[in-house]
Design a protein around this ligand. Sequence first.
Ligand code: ZN
Length: 108
Amino acid sequence: MPSEMLRPASHHRWTLAHEMHQRLEHERTSRLAQLAALKESAPTGTDTQLAVQMNAIRRVLAEIEAAQSRLTSDTYGTCQACDRPIPAERLEILPYARCCVGCQERTG
Ligand SMILES: [Zn+2]
């Protein structure tokens, strides 16, 4: 097989997607562990402070799962507001970012 068929660019893209999938899965697992730990610390569920914390984690979980489905549908890493690619450095910090920094600041 000729080596040019390997197409470095798409190979890189695949590697990145694979890597992001693993990172997102890791983020998801650790959020689920946090939730379980919080639940255990207050089994009655009457602590409002705790409820707020748990809701925040659930929101992040939803973001992570949305990012995972964007990875699957190949729309991951594209800003949902301006349709431009989200810089890799941003995804490095926030793997489940929906928007680039500019749009994030504009929309809040
Ligand atoms: Zn944008």
